[in-house]
Design a protein around this ligand. Structure first.
Ligand code: P1T
Length: 380
């Protein structure tokens, strides 16, 4: 089955054996009757499993070319489950430019449990190797990174991970499986904030993990059930519905992303534009190699790097909404330094380029002309 067919049918055989409904029913139940103790029909309690969540988890596994999918209550809950594979004394080598909430989870929660994090620039994947010690258990890659849009070579990172018997986890939120399939490039585990492009309509918060290996899947399932941060049935239904149009939406996000990136690149008030499809993007070649297209996330700075210019710009936008999050059908604008990345200390975030004038756009699927006109009036 090819990708566009998988988004609609992948893992969806026989989702309603009772009546044959074409869409999976929303099993809004916490528990399931048993004929005799242990005599159930595959589901006992909805933390351990729910048929609507299972339908979504099978879809997730299918679109990421994995064998097992797991749906969590948020993207951070999914990352939290991955980190619970580790023990005190273990080390993680992580991308230094990553979602502020992931950074906060690593440094404010798991660090106190004795896990050591090395945050490094990974644009040259070979650099990862020198940070691996005998205690390293996980390499955590976000690509494209949030919000600087750096691209990390997943295949090269996977080779290093295999050589040192370290797990490689990839946060595939920005790319989506339509553009990039990390498991095929050698990653052990793919993570999503399904809140974003997978859900696609800014109406749900959810996280996902997909793996190929059964032993790893069993460990993660144990953590999912034991810690309990599962996705609910209504939300599972919504994300499953979102996935059915993922390919169409992401195509348009990419087209509009390109138009916005090119427009900004030629604007006299704009300083730098970060979009991996631009030929002058430092990792453009890697992006071309591992992604099908370049996505709808675009970051940029204004000349002079004045906080006031960035604030005035986002306040003037009319079609773009000033809001956290990304990946929905509607265009959003964010100011990472004060919003999504405020939990990273100023000196740390500035080292990776998250300066005061940086603006991040989640380019939606509206008419290109309306988006460009909105940027024009807000910059003017
Ligand atoms: O918000 P949640 O579903 O828990 O997902 C966290 C997360 C993980 N990874 C990446 C790359 C993300 O972008 C996010 C969430 N990001 C935002 C809310 C944001 O506006 O950047």
């Amino acid at each position: 089955m090819k990708f566009n067919t998988k988004t609609i049918h992948g893992g969806q055989e026989n989702t309603d054996p009772a009546y044959g409904s074409v869409m999976p029913p929303i099993y809004q139940t916490s528990t399931y009757s048993q004929d005799t103790p242990g005599g159930h029909k595959g589901f006992e309690y909805s933390r351990s499993g729910n048929p609507t969540r299972t339908a979504l988890e099978n879809s997730l596994a299918s679109i990421e070319n994995g064998n097992y999918g797991l749906a969590f209550g948020s993207g951070l809950a999914a990352i939290d489950a991955v980190l619970k594979l580790l023990k005190p004394g273990d080390e993680v080598v992580s991308t230094n430019d990553l979602y502020g909430g992931s950074y906060r989870l690593f440094t404010s929660i798991f660090k106190d449990f004795g896990i050591k994090f090395n945050f490094i620039g990974m644009q040259n994947a070979a650099d990862i190797e020198q940070h691996i010690t005998e205690n390293t258990k996980l390499i955590w890659v976000e690509t494209p990174t949030n919000p600087m849009m750096n691209i990390i070579d997943i295949e090269a990172a996977a080779k290093i991970a295999k050589k040192h018997s370290v797990l490689l986890g990839v946060d595939n939120t920005f790319a989506t499986p339509y553009l990039q399939q990390p498991l095929d490039l050698g990653a052990d585990l793919v993570m999503h904030s399904a809140t974003k492009y997978l859900g696609g309509h800014s109406d749900v918060v959810m996280g996902a993990l997909v793996v190929k290996d059964k032993e790893l899947a069993d460990k993660l399932y144990f953590i999912q059930n034991a810690s309990g941060a599962v996705a609910g049935p209504q939300d599972s239904f919504l994300v499953l519905r979102g996935i059915k149009t993922l390919h169409l939406r992401v195509q348009r996000h990419c087209e509009n992303g390109k138009a916005v990136a090119e427009y900004l690149s030629n604007h006299p008030k704009v300083d730098k534009v970060y979009w991996p499809g631009l030929e002058n993007h430092p990792n453009h070649d890697i992006a071309k190699k591992q992604m099908k297209d370049f996505g709808g996330m675009v970051s940029f700075t204004t000349k002079g790097n004045e906080l006031e210019d960035a604030v005035s710009f986002v306040e003037k936008l009319k079609v773009f909404t000033l809001a956290e999050s990304l990946g929905g059908v509607e265009s959003l604008a964010g100011h990472p330094a004060s919003m999504t990345h405020a939990s990273i200390p100023k000196e740390e975030r500035e080292k990776t380029g998250v300066v005061d004038s940086l603006i991040r756009l989640s380019v939606g699927i509206e008419d290109e002309e309306d988006l460009i006109n909105d940027l024009k009036q807000a910059l003017g």
